[in-house]
Design a protein. Structure first.
Length: 532
């Protein structure tokens, strides 16, 4: 349905509802007025009839009274009965009644008292079984020579609410139909002129704007609701047109910048290719420098490893010179130690030459006590010359470990040399072996522990954090390469061992080396003298 149809239906419904409500309220009031008018007229007729009967010649005949009663009943259609009562002293008895009157009912005592006092009385009866709902009984006294001789009763059917409402409804129906027709016609004409035509023009302008014609304008109208809508639509089209123009300018500017950025990107790509080529060349030069640095590190490590046995050989050669003629047996021992150190130099040189290949220690059952005894005997002259007192405590129940005697000899000699450097004015060096059969709180299982402790100058926490870094040293230039503890850490990793350092400035340093215990018997141990 169109808008005007919906509006007409709504207005018609409201009009009909208002008419029905008015009909209901007015009908109730009209019923009361009609009934009051009926009661007033019936009362006057009853009084007039009583007066006429009193004026009849005495004695009154029933025919004369019946004739007058018929005249009264025929005067009004709603009168359903006329009856004349005779005063019998203590009660009233029926004397005359018109044909078709409703059955007589005794006059109530209150009504009799009012009639005997010379006043008219009335009552409303609703117990009548006929088509009427309410009957109005009027009693008027008949007075003759100052004496109440009887009474006149007129019974009238009062108009009920449905009958009155029906009469008014017939008239209201035509009024409602006329109102609905008038509302529908006026609504259609009003919407056609004030709504439909302006909306059609506005929709036409919207269709043109949707097709891309932003110059389309809605016709100007007075500033009512549709006029404001047309004005806002035209304003919106103007803003859209301006925004479209700005967008096109921005797109053109963006395309220009994209072209410039593309050209710059191509130029940067060329520069990047040149830089990549230069980077490749630099990488090659760095790789060469790295190989040179590795060769330099290998040479420094070679010098460090070879320097230790050479120092021992030099010390023993000096002692051999002094003891050659004094103690030939001691001279033989010195000569044996010198030979062993020369063999060690030969092995170190061979290992340095094979460093390019992945190195792995050859592990075999080894008696650590025997190896340490040999190392302490080899380093004893050097310790005595430096004023360092050595203390040894070897656990006789120490089990074998899986180790490489040559590699472990590097470890312990490096630790002893570091201890000597930390005690330039002498001190005490303590070497202890222990068996830890039970797991410790820090998570270590059964293992063999070797402690190498000195009473030297100690280390600060900063120094202790870098002692295993390659080429890091605190010694004077020419005395240290920074590779000794690197070798120690590497060998411990090869033996699945762990190393722990405890040190404080002025309190000395203690290295604790832990090795997993082996289950092999002592008889299978590799002799320490073979690698001393």
């Amino acid at each position: 349905m169109k808008l005007h149809t919906k509006t007409a239906l709504l207005a018609s419904t409201i009009t009909v509802a208002v008419l029905i409500a008015a009909l209901v309220m007015i009908s109730a009031r009209v019923v009361d007025l009609v009934r009051d008018d009926q009661k007033e007229r019936v009362g006057l007729q009853a009084v007039n009839l009583a007066d006429h009967i009193a004026d009849l010649p005495v004695p009154h005949t029933d025919e004369d009274m019946l004739r007058m009663a018929k005249l009264v009943r025929g005067g009004r259609p709603n009168i359903v009965g006329v009856r004349i009562w005779q005063n019998a002293g203590r009660d009233f008895t029926e004397r005359v009644a018109t044909e078709g009157s409703i059955p007589a009912e005794p006059i109530p005592a209150a009504v009799q008292a009012s009639v005997r006092s010379g006043k008219a009385a009335s009552e409303v009866s609703e117990n009548y079984s006929g088509p009427q709902d309410s009957l109005y009984h009027v009693y008027a006294p008949v007075t003759e020579k100052g004496r109440i001789t009887g009474a006149v009763e007129i019974i009238e059917r009062l108009d009920d609410w449905p009958s009155v409402a029906l009469d008014y409804a017939r008239n209201a129906l035509w009024l409602a139909l006329a109102a609905v027709a008038l509302i529908t016609m006026s609504t259609y004409l009003l919407f056609r002129h004030l709504v439909y035509r302006p909306i059609e023009r506005l929709l036409e302008a919207m269709t043109r704007a949707k097709a891309g014609d932003f110059d389309a304008q809605a016709p100007a109208r007075p500033l009512d609701e549709i006029g404001q809508l047309s004005h806002e639509f035209n304003s919106m089209l103007g803003q859209i047109s301006e925004m479209t123009s700005d967008r096109e300018r921005q797109q053109e500017l963006l395309r220009e910048r994209v072209r410039e950025a593309t050209a710059q990107l191509q130029q940067r790509n060329g520069q990047l290719e040149a830089m990549n080529l230069e980077l490749w060349r630099t990488s090659r030069r760095l790789a060469q420098l790295e190989r040179l640095a590795g060769a330099e590190q290998t040479a420094a490590k070679f010098a460090h490893e070879v320097g230790t046995p050479l120092n021992l050989i030099s010390c023993h050669v000096q002692l051999l010179r002094d003891e050659l003629f004094a103690d030939p047996q001691a001279a033989d021992a010195r000569t044996e130690i010198i030979g062993e150190q020369i063999d060690r130099i030969e092995r170190i040189v061979r290992q340095m030459l094979d460093r390019a290949r992945a190195e792995s220690s050859e592990l075999a059952p080894l008696d650590l006590n025997s190896l340490l005894q040999s190392i302490c005997a080899a380093t004893a002259p050097t310790l005595e010359a430096r004023g360092v007192r050595s203390e040894k405590s070897f656990d006789p129940s120490l089990p074998l470990i899986a180790g490489d005697p040559d590699r472990l000899q590097q470890v312990f000699i490096n630790l002893i040399n570091n201890a000597l450097d930390a005690m330039p004015e002498g001190g005490r060096l303590r070497v202890v072996t222990k068996l830890k059969a039970e797991a410790e709180a820090n998570g270590h299982g059964p293992h063999v522990a070797v402690e190498v402790a000195d009473t030297g100058c100690g280390m600060t926490p900063e120094t202790r954090a870098h002692i295993f870094d390659p080429l890091y040293t605190t010694k004077e230039r020419g005395r240290g390469t920074g590779l000794g503890l690197v070798v120690v850490n590497q060998v411990m990793n090869e033996h699945n061992g762990e190393i722990e350092v405890e040190s404080a400035p002025g309190e000395g340093t203690r290295f604790t080396l832990r090795f997993p215990a082996a289950a092999s018997p002592v008889a299978e141990a590799q002799p320490a003298s073979a690698s001393a």
